[in-house]
Design a protein around this ligand. Structure first.
Ligand code: Z5A
Length: 209
């Protein structure tokens, strides 16, 4: 495959969407063909799964293992239908969340079995890993307060406890320490423009764009 898979990760409100948009414009100005996508919800089937996963339902909570399997199903479809074909065409793919989200949220956040998560990630991706993962590191409180400032209701996972989001954040720091050649930490608390500049430098350095 000749394209590149660049993933953006982090806790709620860390600035993934903002940075992906800036990065997309920058890469396109360099003449690079870019696809922007996300998990969950990067395919038609995935949009249905996203709704099931993120809608708040007081009386019918989603069981933790069900949640894990739905994220895996979304990913399997995404990899087959969108990621692999576009990588084969040589595109740069900017993806909002991928396998590390499952380790951070379902593994560190929910406490599900890590080896089961790794197996499911492998099955869903057929071994496709990111070329580079940008981890936008912000304090959980800062991320959530940014989200609360957006006039959009918080979804099911955003409404989890602060302790849950702190475990997720800790998960990202463990992942970054374990995979230094793939995951790069960026201080997401800096201004949008500064963060974008740091990401440009990383892409030049790691992917020679
Ligand atoms: N999830 C999971 O549990 N397991 C999995 O395997 C996967 C996902 C794949 C959907 O994620 C949920 O699915 C997510 C994890 C779970 N949990 N939740 N909820 P999502 O990516 O769709 O939703 P999100 O994580 O909440 O991201 P978001 O809402 O798209 O936020 P963001 O992209 O990180 O931030 P943003 O939209 O760019 O910025 C938020 C606000 O902050 C906005 O007003 C910006 O203008 C502002 N902002 C951004 N950057 C800055 C800076 N640098 N300074 C100041 N203000 C800023």
């Amino acid at each position: 495959m000749s394209g590149k898979l660049i993933v953006f990760e982090g806790v709620e409100g860390c600035g993934k969407t903002t940075q992906m948009q800036l990065c997309c414009q920058w890469l396109e100005n360099l003449g690079i063909s870019v696809i922007v996508t996300r998990e969950p919800g990067g395919t038609e089937l995935g949009l249905h799964l996203r709704r099931l996963l993120l809608e708040k339902s007081e009386d019918k909570p989603v069981a933790d293992v069900t949640e894990l399997l739905l994220y895996a199903a979304d990913r399997a479809q995404h990899v087959e239908q969108k990621l692999k074909p576009n990588l084969a065409l040589g595109k740069y793919i900017l993806c909002d969340r991928y396998t590390d989200s499952t380790v951070a949220y379902q593994g560190y956040g929910r406490g599900l079995n890590m080896s089961l998560i790794e197996q499911l990630n492998y099955i869903a991706t057929a071994g496709l890993t990111s070329d580079l993962t940008i981890w936008l590191d912000v304090d959980v409180e800062m991320g959530l307060s940014r989200k609360r400032g957006d006039a959009v209701p918080l979804d099911r996972i955003e409404q989890e406890t602060i302790a849950f989001h702190r475990r997720v954040s800790h998960g990202y720091s463990k992942l970054a320490a374990a995979h230094p050649s793939r995951i790069v930490r960026v201080d997401g608390s800096l201004s949008k423009e500064t963060v974008h500049g740091v990401i440009q430098d990383i892409l030049r350095d790691r992917l020679q764009v």
